[in-house]
Design a protein around this ligand. Sequence first.
Ligand SMILES: [Zn+2]
Ligand SMILES: [Zn+2]
Ligand SMILES: [Zn+2]
Length: 253
Amino acid sequence: MRVTLLGTGDSTGIPIIGCHCKTCEDARKKGWERKRFSVMIQNEGKILLIDTSPDMRRQLLDTNVDRVDAVIWTHCHFDHFGGFGNFYRVQSDVKVYTTPKIHDDIGKFMSFMEYKPIEVECYEPFELIGLKITLFEVNHPPVDAIGVKIEWNGYKIVVSGDTNADIPKRSLEEMEEPDLFIVEALAPRGRFKKHMNAEEALSLAKKIRARKTVLTHVGHFFPPHDIAVKKYPIGYDYQSFEFSNVKLTRFFK
Ligand SMILES: [Zn+2]
Ligand SMILES: [Zn+2]
Ligand SMILES: [Zn+2]
């Protein structure tokens, strides 16, 4: 099984249109960027996407993906579902999994697109491309939002989704002891109603005893990437984690 961060930016991505801060200018000058959020999971020759970033077309071309087998949406913000139209033109019959409420929210924007909504309740595990998946509630007011737990062959991967640090207790239990924790951190510090800062994300990682943590959904509030990466376990676009199917050896690049 392989997990790839297709986009590690916040809703605007980096560089931000019209922003000339140090970080956005560094990105322009050195040619790096943070595309909008999506995580790709590959298993048994199939592909599952957690969220469909507005940058989806570029992301799928860059990673040589020919077709997508399933999608999970975490919530109704544009940076998490806006790229779904890229499938509509090239692929039919894409199954999309999320809670009834989130289907409802996103459905309002999708009236002219055909897709197969599959309703799943939080805390009720289901099987997808050979993986055990459990959705859990997080806290991203005012909208409903979920995180995703993936279990495979003794490994556990947790994706926090967009959330502040005030996560329901039942969800914290689901999140416990992941081998890989992909957690959002909008900024190094500062208080946000809808998001975590890096300190909150890292203390959450410690609390759930994550074995490896990678920060995503990162805004331009962080220093330029090569400086930020010295201080934080900050992710980057197309960073990928390989999980062996040998149960006893835990390793990932
Ligand atoms: Zn977002
Ligand atoms: Zn900027
Ligand atoms: Zn959001």
